[in-house]
Design a protein around this ligand. Structure first.
Ligand SMILES: NC(=O)c1ccc[n+]([C@@H]2O[C@H](COP(=O)([O-])OP(=O)(O)OC[C@H]3O[C@@H](n4cnc5c(N)ncnc54)[C@H](O)[C@@H]3O)[C@@H](O)[C@H]2O)c1
Length: 268
């Protein structure tokens, strides 16, 4: 390991189980010398798996529903107490669509579900940035990353309203990122990751076929959760200090492909 995050302090949202991208990121951050607080929604805590990760990484856990400003304020204040100072990096690794969960179609959703989904998946990022900004909780040259998917730019019918939520999320990174850069010298980016077999990922209809298609379309193949963690660590490190307001594709090249030989073979 490279000590890329030695002396850095962070908050990591969204580690649900060992498959989660946030789980791998926490493991890699620990290996690179960081100290951090782990957080997830109270309901996710009840599964108890986060305790295992906390033990392995010597971290404390603070429950927070990312849609609640009160919870986020408590999380940020307590994190600074526990870590003994301001924060250098934050990972927002949160996504959930009630319409997807309940099997509603994109063309005929339940709009209360739509509202809940964008609050959890996108507005929560604005709320988090707001709390960090107001409390001046970030150190200069800190880095904030949220995870997204390319359905924000292109049509993927089964991604349902998560496509709209991701477009909203990516826009928040650019819009709030301006103010964070100007006022606090903090960078804000989104990483657009390949389909990945996690709890959230496999909840998308047709996931198995789609992940294989994506693998065949990408010259380097799909990026794994661990590879996403590695990329995220580089974005938290001092090696990427002038990268901000970006949506960064981490997808083995998928996003710039038209068609590949492997896919063409199926139609010839
Ligand atoms: N898996 C994929 O194919 C894929 C691809 C691109 C981007 N992403 C994104 O990566 C991120 C992480 O997802 P993952 O694939 O690791 O799945 P995951 O299911 O392991 O993680 C999703 C997390 O969101 C948390 N969450 C849900 N509601 C919350 C709330 N109200 N407050 C706080 N946390 C809440 C869950 O508890 C869970 O830990 C998500 O933003 C997801 O959209 C995933």
């Amino acid at each position: 390991m490279y000590n890329l995050l030695k002396g850095k302090k962070g908050i990591i949202f969204g580690a649900l189980n060992q498959h989660s991208i946030a789980w791998k990121t926490a493991q890699r951050a620990h290996e690179e010398g960081a100290e951090f607080v782990l957080t997830n929604a109270p309901a996710a805590m009840r599964m108890g798996e986060l305790d295992v990760l906390a033990k392995k990484t010597g971290s404390q856990i603070i429950a927070a529903d990312a849609t609640s400003i009160d919870d986020l304020e408590n999380l940020v204040e307590k994190s600074m107490e526990i870590l003994g100072g301001k924060i250098d990096f934050v990972l927002h690794s949160i996504g959930m669509s009630v319409n997807v969960r309940k099997g509603k179609s994109y063309t005929d959703p339940n709009y209360d579900f739509t509202t809940k989904g964008w609050d959890v998946s996108a507005v929560s990022f604005h709320k988090l940035l707001n709390v960090l900004y107001k409390k001046e909780a970030m150190n200069p040259w800190g880095s904030i990353v949220a995870l997204t998917y390319m359905a924000a730019q292109r049509s993927f019918p089964d991604y349902n309203d998560m496509a709209d939520n991701k477009a909203y999320l990516e826009s928040i990174a650019r819009s709030f990122g301006y103010f964070f850069g100007r006022d606090h010298k903090v960078r804000v980016n989104t990483i657009s990751q390949s389909p990945t077999p996690t709890t959230a990922g496999t909840g998308v209809k047709g996931f198995d076929g789609f992940i294989t298609y994506s693998e065949k379309m990408s010259p380097l193949g799909n990026a794994t959760a661990l590879e996403c963690a590695d990329y995220t660590i580089s974005m938290f490190s001092d090696l990427t200090k002038k990268v901000t307001l970006q949506n960064l594709f981490h997808d083995g090249g998928f996003s710039n492909m038209g068609v590949s030989d492997a896919v063409m073979e199926r139609f010839e």
